[in-house]
Every structure is written in C-alpha cells, then in structure tokens.
Ligand binder design. Sequence first.
Ligand SMILES: [Zn+2]
Length: 113
Amino acid sequence: MDEGLNVKKRMKGPFVPADRQETIRHNIISALMGKTLSAKELSGIVRISEKEVYEHLQHIQMTVGHSGHSLNITPAECRRCGFVFRKRERLKRPGRCPICRSESIEEPLFVIE
Ligand SMILES: [Zn+2]
C-alpha cells in the first residue's frame, strides 16, 4: 500500500528492471529541457523511430505538467505558402498542405520549459 502521493517517486526496490518506455520518456524529457528539437532529431538522440517519438511526446504532453513544466510546440508550417498547422491535435508532422498541397512541410519543434 502506498503511504500517500508524496512518496510515489521513491523507488520501491533496487533491482526491478527499468520500464523501457519510462526510460525512453525520461531521455526525451532530458533532451528537450530548454532545448528545441524536432522529432527526427529526438529519434536520433533516443534511438527510436520518429513514430515512437510522437507517441511518447503525446504522453509527455499530458504528464510533464505534473512537475511544473510544459511541452511547448512550434507547429508545423508549409514551406511554400507559410500555412501553419495550429489546430492539429495530433503532434505528428502533416503529410501535405491543405492550402497549396505542397508536401514540403517544416517539421513541428518541441521544447520543455
Ligand atoms: Zn502550403
């Protein structure tokens, strides 16, 4: 039984195998602390696919606030006409611009502040 929320961060035991997903999230959060990166750059740092990076970022977006931080997103932008994908709920880079149909899209950027 937990004694309370205040102690939830204490490790229960020394030799429990680390949850790989938690480790990856931790590494992503560390990489993004005060540093702006794209999912592609993160995938190179953490050594997972871009698709996985976006999945982790969605989780991080929901949980990072607990520690008083926030995930700031620079939205994807069309390189041709400058359309900004602000309302996109999913973080992932869109395939093409709805205005000019260009597939040249600037990647969204992420930073934790
Ligand atoms: Zn466009």
